[in-house]
Design a protein around this ligand. Structure first.
Ligand code: DAH
Length: 355
């Protein structure tokens, strides 16, 4: 048997067996590699004399093609079997029931805070933050509420130490102090956040939310305060007209001070904001007391302005028809699913706040 025939028979029979990819590659290089058997046979051609040369070259080419084809066939088989294995493994049974897809919801309080921030940022307020754990200076003293002032008792404060120096802030007003102490006037900020008082019933929770507003500049007066709140209430409730009244009140950090009520009525068991003869208190406000400005080294002769504090939870309840404050904090997923908001639906003044 000629060398060529031997090579051919040996390798074709090897290629009949079950082979993996590395074994096929080995055969390939044994035959066609630099020093492979077939490659070496090709090198011989030059030294063979005619007429054998022609026959040898032709035989060699035929055998080369045959072997090449056998290898390709084998490679094809492997590829197909790999695809089949993959298909088998990744099979999807489209008749199976779908897995329940749980999508998170934005809590109505977070939604309301986003709405409030959006409304105020539209008229030039920036958003500030302060810590929940405050010192008594920022929470009371600097806000013109010295030791033994009756307003301190009214706040049902959670103190965190025996000396009553650290506490959970009872309102967002200390953010006024923080902002004014670290910057120079003018100031135009809101500060939403958590606040704490030892109180709990259907309309009070030990943790609740407020948003503080502060606008200090030259020549700011109560007219600006009224205009600002009027704009805010209309935007927030997404109504054209609002009935609003300022009732004289007292806060140590403002003079004069007022509480603001909005008009409402109940129609078919539903609360309608902006109409009717009933009044609902929604916020406290006033012109910032000169002592507060002095405490943060702002000259009250040059600068003055207004401040307000709004209860966020109450606004959210009114707008979204939630009647028990405690449900906000129960973490009941069914409740959140019903009252919550689509996380991709970020409130903006242009696209609509709550729709
Ligand atoms: N801090 C007050 C409270 O929690 C609310 C308040 C009233 C804030 C009047 C103000 C204000 O900034 O001017 O009861």
């Amino acid at each position: 048997m000629s060398d060529l025939k031997k090579i051919k028979d040996e390798f074709l029979s090897k290629l009949q067996k079950k082979l993996d990819l590395s074994e096929i590659n080995k055969i390939k290089s044994d035959l066609f590699g630099k020093n492979g058997l077939i490659s070496s046979e090709f090198k011989k051609i030059g030294s063979i004399a005619e007429p054998e040369k022609k026959k040898f070259a032709s035989d060699l080419n035929i055998i080369k093609d045959e072997l090449q084809e056998a290898i390709n066939l084998k490679l094809n088989q492997i590829e197909i079997s790999e695809i089949n294995q993959k298909l088998e493994k990744e099979k999807v049974d489209v008749t199976l029931p779908e897995r329940t897809f749980i999508r998170g919801k934005i809590h109505p309080v977070s939604q309301t805070i986003d709405e409030i921030s959006s409304i105020f940022s539209e008229i030039g307020f920036s958003v500030e933050e302060g810590p929940d754990v405050e010192n008594e200076h920022n929470n009371f003293t600097a806000l013109n509420t010295p030791d033994n002032h009756p307003a301190r008792d009214m706040h049902d404060t959670f103190y965190l130490d025996k000396n009553k120096k650290k506490l959970l802030r009872t309102h967002t007003s200390p953010v006024q102090i923080r902002t004014m102490s670290k910057n120079k006037p003018p100031f135009k900020i809101i500060a939403p956040g958590r606040t704490y008082r030892s109180d709990s019933d259907q309309t009070h929770a030990p943790m609740f939310h407020q948003v503080e507003g502060l606008h200090i500049d030259k020549n700011i007066n109560m007219g600006h305060l009224k205009g600002c709140l009027n704009y805010f209430i209309k935007e927030f409730f997404e109504i054209e007209k609002i009935k609003m009244r300022f009732r004289p009140s007292h806060f140590p950090f403002t003079e004069p001070s007022a509480e603001v009520d909005i008009g409402y009525e109940i129609k078919d068991g539903k609360i309608i904001i902006g109409e009717g003869n009933k009044w609902l208190e929604i916020l406290g406000c006033g012109m910032v007391h000169p002592n507060v400005l002095k405490n943060v080294k702002v000259d009250p002769k040059n600068y003055q302005g207004y401040a307000f504090g709004i209860g966020i939870d109450r606004l959210a309840m009114l707008k979204y028809g939630i009647n028990d404050l405690r449900s906000f904090f129960e973490c009941d997923y069914r409740w959140l699913n019903h009252f919550g908001f689509d996380p991709l639906d970020v409130p903006t003044n242009y696209r609509g706040l709550s729709r």
